[in-house]
Design a protein around this ligand. Structure first.
Ligand code: ADP
Length: 260
């Protein structure tokens, strides 16, 4: 029985004295720090060999293609895809450590928002042969001042989730809007949706909706946590509307910069 867990003295329903210490909180903080340290070291150590394997695979694929060994080259290309998935998972773990230790950095530049969304969608079109990306862009969306790669990462995450969680749908709608001094992006899918009582949990780290349908989709439950943190630190907000069985719409807003 730890002192800090001693119950407060209650007299006639009033709290009289609390014999607690800060030990529990300190212990918790220390545990969290140890967890973050471990995550940081492990993901950093994993990154180096995976980067090296990727380089060799690419060289091997090029060699096999040159020699007309198409079947072998196709197998190596599949290996390369899996290495990309591994690289992304490690990247997410590293990002979480950076966020939790306050070491995430933003290299801000001014850029056109619609173009950034369009470029990201274009890059992702090859990841699905089922879905068409319907673009509904506001002409006056404007410019933002933010880390372009990080914003690209957020858009990629939302579109990838839309693809992943709507396996039987054939379109995803990407809309941009201007509202006062803010730019909005919404990514709408017509997939499995999210139960109402789980909606605000999806932005927590390592959270994944559990259920009969969800467990078949791969993931660590980090993408939305990272995305939400990036948007928050860039001065914006992220939210979601969803109807289970019908689909989800993930949105974020960011401050606009004057287009001089
Ligand atoms: P991951 O997809 O790797 O599990 P995320 O952090 O991106 O991690 O998402 C957290 C959880 O939120 C997912 O596991 C899933 O349950 C739910 N989710 C996210 N996007 C969608 C979506 N578009 N439709 C349905 N559920 C979603």
């Amino acid at each position: 029985w730890h002192l800090s867990r001693a119950l407060p003295f209650i007299s006639e329903g009033k709290l009289v004295k609390w014999f607690g210490t800060n030990t529990d909180i300190d212990e918790q903080k220390q545990l969290q720090r140890q967890k973050d340290d471990f995550l940081g070291i492990a993901s950093h150590e994993l990154k180096t060999p995976v980067t090296s394997i990727k380089a060799y695979t690419q060289v091997l694929e090029a060699m096999l293609s040159r020699e007309g060994e198409d079947k072998k080259a196709a197998m190596v290309a599949k290996m390369d895809n899996q290495i990309n998935r591994l690289t992304n998972l490690i990247g997410d773990l590293l990002d979480v450590t950076k966020i939790n230790s306050g070491k995430i950095q933003f290299n801000k530049i001014k850029f056109d928002f619609n173009t950034a969304v369009q470029e990201t969608a274009h890059d992702l079109q090859h990841t699905t042969n089922k879905h068409i990306f319907v673009m509904d862009f506001a002409e006056d969306a404007g410019y933002i001042y933010a880390d372009k790669d990080r914003i690209g990462q957020v858009i990629t995450n939302l579109i990838s989730n839309a693809v992943k969680y709507s396996p039987h749908a054939n379109r995803i709608v990407l809309s941009t809007r201007r509202s006062g001094n803010e730019i909005l992006l919404s990514v709408q899918d017509f997939g499995i949706g999210i139960p109402g009582d789980k909606l605000n949990k999806v932005f927590e780290q390592f959270y994944r909706v559990s259920g009969t349908k969800q467990h078949t989709f791969p993931g660590l439950g980090l993408g939305l946590y990272i995305s939400n943190e990036i948007i928050r630190r860039e001065g914006g907000k992220m939210w979601v509307n969803s109807v289970e069985g019908k689909g989800s719409t993930f949105c974020f807003s960011l401050p606009v910069v004057a287009d001089d």
